[in-house]
Ligand binder design. Sequence first.
Ligand code: LMR
Length: 393
Amino acid sequence: MFESIPESKPDAILQLMEAFRADTRPNKLDLGVGVYKDAHGNTPIMAAVKKAEKKLLETQDTKSYVGPIGSRPFCAAMINQVFGAEAQSDRIRCAQSNGGTGALRILADLLKASRPDAAIWVSDPTWPNHIPVITAAGLEMKTYPYYDTDRCAVDFDGLMGALASAREGDIVLLHGCCHNPTGADLNLEQWGKIADLCATKSLFPFIDLAYQGFADGLEQDAAPTRLFAERLPELVVAASCSKNLGLYRERTGAALLVAQDSDKADKALGKLGVVIRSNYSMPPDHGANTSNLVLSDDALNEEWRTELESMRQRMVRLRKSFAESMRKRSNSDRFDYIVDQKGMFSRLPLNPAQIDTLRDEHAIYIVGDGRINVAGLPEEGMDELAEAIAGVL
Ligand code: LMR
């Protein structure tokens, strides 16, 4: 049986994570996988999360099944976080998912079941794992240009031109904030234009909101998604608690549905429940219950928001200081774009050979397309890093 299986190509980001772990050089620097790191290079459990876990341990009195949709209080908290307290929640539904990726997959399955002939349009470039998730769901994938590598900014004309050629009923996958891998985000005016195009051409928006709170703040980062929910009859959102609650391995996320009315929303959630049941039956509980405590307890919520905001501000500072060091070491302002980009990632203009040299000679780990995890930049030693990068350029 297994001898007929062709060789599999492992995920490049996860492969890099393993290679970094196996590297014994003491001065190694991980700018690869998208996990937040503090000034010591650690990814600690957030203080509010730790308190919520303690509370959960003390108060939870059963491990009995919950159900395919998961924790209803968690789902309500996620609707509130993504769409705001003012949202028309009668047309919004949520299912707890196995992280943001789990939400992407079950929503892709739902869309395939609802509209088997629709193509899904994905930004070029995009998070590499979008492609296998979409392919596994059986959706036809098309790409729209997203990033102008000369300007290091969004290629908005290219994007609009490509989407104008989409067929009625096609799906458009958009990064809600903190575009992965480029860090180049659309502004609200551009989001408005895409929403208008979706309305005119009956395109179906699918928003990947994996980094809410990492770009400009929790509320600000939800603004594009909220604008879409106000202006369009239907959309879906894959939200993640991996980054903003630091729950990576707990696999906590939410698949959110906005429908024309309450009946259609119920029908869509019913089908999503069937999709979940046939995939993995039910989501894991711990991360969602922990998140719910953090999101709904006033004191924990405030502590978490403060902590999240300081993580965001640290990444903003690291962007500035890295761009300054690159300016000094490269004698040019060509890296200034890094200051304006958002969230955890930016792309450096490095080719695979230069990336290999940085890893082999300097123990610096960067994803093969030049993507760096800004949170991994060293507060001390920024000049040495910039020197090594300028050296290979
Ligand atoms: C990343 O892009 O590095 C993260 O989202 C982690 C992953 O699963 O790829």
